[in-house]
Design a protein around this ligand. Structure first.
Ligand code: TRH
Length: 378
């Protein structure tokens, strides 16, 4: 089997943190678990630094956690064949610099070229996964899709993640984040959503909950609603209680700590792609706020996932659709009723979360699956 030594990963930060969040995880894992020399080309070091504080925003080239990080400024410049890696990954179909592609054409053998696509539960990806797309100069691009079935590349997951989760002690981590013993003893919910999420309606419903609840919100998330609930400036450390609900603003934490936050909560509101996948590895119930697309295309993706995940959880399915502004057949009149239906399913949702996690574990992990496939191409 041909041993690959070097891998280059091209990441463009469209907006938010998911693009770099996913690429950073993948880059680190390929170095740590597969011994590859990885160069991550990324165009936005400021967003990168939010999830990985050691990143130097002004550096053209830097080493971070064993990964070579190159600031990808533009599409200009020429490259020599020796600068081209054995495996080249474009994330989300970003355009690799033309000069780099010219150099790829001069490599013998040609590099393995992947377009790592976005995650969706829709069935069509099974037909597109691993498809080839011949390119000029004898180059061949392969589509590689993450997914939830054996006919896809599976999900990103580091080798030691599950072990680390099983050994994790939430109380120490939460008190380090500033939570009081009463907040730690309450029902804990993490809230990571896009600005258009109906948070104020939910806060209202939670204030009349039967048990004390603590909602943990990363700074900047649902900022307006958090400010009006807390009456503060919404900065990290801000906390307020009304009725049964306590809202505490957390700092935006380094990526590995975000996993711990998910492990420490009873229910996680997540969004986009990376936090969505991490919530599944946390083995806890979660509500997904999907990245909005034109003509509500995202509702189709959401329904495709709920069909696979929440077939036996009508309360969770209805709540998720409502949370994303998608029409739902659910009976619930309003948020209080929708929340009550979700709460009534808490035990079943927890069982389902653990079951689903095991199902996803059985698919292997995306990075290893990709390298196994790459080895068949040489
Ligand atoms: O930030 P996002 O909304 O990213 C999105 C999605 O990826 C979407 O698919 C993509 O099309 C769009 O960007 C352009 O959500 P996501 O994917 O969950 O990424 C958030 C990252 O931020 C994830 O890696 C976890 C990380 N994070 C931290 O490191 N610390 C924190 O405190 C929080 C809240 C998140």
């Amino acid at each position: 089997m041909m041993k690959f030594r070097r891998l280059d990963l091209f990441c463009r930060v469209v907006d938010n943190y998911g693009d770099i969040g996913i690429c950073w995880r993948l880059a680190k894992q390929l170095v740590r678990e597969h011994g590859l020399a990885v160069t991550l080309y990324v165009d936005d070091l400021a967003s990168f630094k939010r999830i990985c504080p050691p990143v130097a925003e002004g550096a053209e080239l830097q080493q971070v956690d064993g990964v070579t990080v190159r600031h990808w400024r533009d599409q200009d410049g020429s490259y020599m064949p020796h600068e081209v890696a054995d495996i080249v990954i474009e994330f989300f179909a970003v355009d690799i610099p033309p000069g780099y592609i010219e150099a790829m054409k001069q490599c013998e053998p040609r590099p393995v070229w992947f377009n790592l696509e976005g995650l969706t539960a829709e069935e069509w990806v099974e037909g597109c996964h691993r498809l080839t797309s011949p390119q000029p100069g004898g180059l061949i691009k392969h589509f590689f899709f993450p997914g939830f079935t054996g006919k896809t590349g599976g999900l990103l997951r580091e080798a030691g993640l599950e072990q680390e989760r099983l050994q994790f002690a939430p109380a120490a981590f939460l008190s380090q984040l500033g939570l009081t013993p009463a907040e730690i003893a309450s029902t804990r919910i993490s809230l990571f959503c896009y600005p258009h999420a109906p948070v104020s309606a939910l806060f209202e419903a939670w204030q009349t909950a039967s048990q004390p609840m603590t909602c943990l919100v990363p700074e900047g998330v649902a900022a307006d609603t958090v400010r009006s609930f807390t009456g503060g400036d919404g900065r990290a450390g801000t906390v307020a209680t009304h009725g049964a609900l306590t809202v505490r603003v957390l700092p935006f934490v380094p990526q590995p700590d975000y996993d711990k936050l998910l492990w420490a909560c009873d229910l996680n509101f997540v969004r986009g792609e990376d936090s969505f996948v991490r919530a599944q590895w946390a083995g806890k119930p979660f509500i997904w706020h999907i990245y909005p697309q034109d003509e509500n295309l995202h509702h189709k993706k959401l329904r495709a996932f709920l069909q696979r995940y929440a077939g036996a959880l009508p309360g969770l399915a209805d709540f998720s659709l409502r949370w994303n502004g998608a029409p739902s057949q659910g009976e619930a009149e309003d948020w209080a009723a929708s929340w009550a239906a979700l709460e009534a399913e808490a035990a079943a949702a927890t069982v389902r979360a653990a079951e689903w996690q095991q199902q996803m574990l059985s698919l292997g992990d995306l990075a290893s699956n990709m390298l196994v496939f790459a080895a068949t191409l040489r």
